[in-house]
Design a protein around this ligand. Structure first.
Ligand code: TD4
Ligand code: CA
Ligand code: NA
Ligand code: ZN
Length: 308
């Protein structure tokens, strides 16, 4: 069924695992992710960004996710990723989403609280849960490039005040991750001291890690081998994701690893099969690569296998 993340996060927190939140943009990506979760007997969050709504049309995405629920009977959360204002959150809540993110992290603290509370007050009476964000990811932040020196990580005391004043159900924090394939200039590093402080001040409260793709080298290499040009890409080592799951992180956002898995498989197929022009062949390879990547994440990194 379509579920909220409330109970899923509660169990994940208690057992020290995290739930993957995978971005969806078309049928094959959804099918690949959902097959993996079904095989791993894992709860699942499918998340839709503004870009995905523009690309695929919200009606198609909603129906595709409903098909996944009907086909697998998995507990699936349908989540709005990076909702940028009250209107889009309201629209998704009215449209049957079970969870929404209101991303007001670029606003001053008090404005972030006010807007987040407004979404919470609309969502909760309708049985929908809310994710907010405090602190700015480095790199590209909400289409505004945040210069590294302005990138402010989440302040632990502010996080506790924010949760108390908004009633939000989960909080995306900034501890060194960023979106995309170029997360770290030098050695990958997350601020675990900060994460531990935040989780100590918010015991039992689900934290969310954005920009959590590993940028798996096998896919980057395959992309580059078959015509791609993605130099110097690097992401969050999987050991760090496991560590984060032990300190209150219950939701791990993954999009870039999906893109790299799908793109590398399609590039390879087209290179190896120059005479093929049946999209089902290369889109099918892409789907398989997504499935394998998600199975790996669930089984070897997130720890959410056999939880349903
Ligand atoms: O935290 C993440 C993903 O982080 P990752 O890049 O490490 O996978 N996300 O929230 C996914 C961001 C999706 C990008 O938006 P568009 O669809 O508009 O391009
Ligand atoms: Ca943000
Ligand atoms: Na999100
Ligand atoms: Zn994000």
């Amino acid at each position: 069924p379509l579920v909220t993340s409330k109970e899923l996060f509660k169990q994940a927190y208690e057992k020290g695992y995290a739930i993957g939140a995978f971005n969806v943009n078309n049928m094959e990506i959804i099918q690949g992710i959902v097959s993996a979760a079904k095989e791993e007997k894992s709860p699942l969050i499918l998340q839709v960004s503004a870009g995905a709504r523009k690309y695929a049309n919200p009606i198609y995405l909603k129906k595709l996710v409903e098909s996944a629920v009907e086909d697998t009977d998995l507990p699936i959360v349908l989540h709005l990723d990076h909702g940028e204002d009250f209107e889009i959150c309201k629209q998704c809540i009215d449209d049957g989403f079970t969870s929404v993110m209101i991303d007001a992290s670029h606003l001053p603290f008090e404005e972030n609280i006010a807007l987040t509370k407004k979404v919470v007050d609309y969502a909760h009476p309708r049985g929908v849960v809310v994710e907010a964000e405090l602190g700015k990811l480095a790199g590209i932040e909400d289409n505004i490039s945040v210069d590294a020196k302005d990138a402010t990580y989440t302040n632990p005391e502010e996080a506790r005040e924010f949760v108390e004043k908004t009633g939000v159900d989960s909080l995306a924090i900034a501890i060194g991750t960023s979106h995309g394939a170029y997360k770290f200039k030098g050695k990958p590093e997350l601020d675990f001291e900060r994460l531990k402080k935040i989780s100590k001040l918010l015991p039992g409260f689900p934290l969310v890690l954005h920009g959590a793709s590993t940028v798996l080298s096998e896919y980057v290499e395959a992309c580059n081998k078959f015509g791609g040009d993605i130099p110097g890409a690097q992401g969050v080592p999987e050991e760090m994701i496991k560590e984060a799951a032990k300190h209150g992180v219950c939701k791990v956002n993954i999009d870039t690893d999906l893109r790299l898995a799908m793109t590398s498989a399609i590039r390879k197929h087209l290179h190896d099969n120059p005479s093929n022009f049946d999209p089902r062949k290369y889109l099918g390879e892409g789907r398989k690569a997504v499935e394998n990547m998600v199975k790996h994440k669930i089984g070897n990194v997130l720890g959410s296998s056999d939880q349903i």
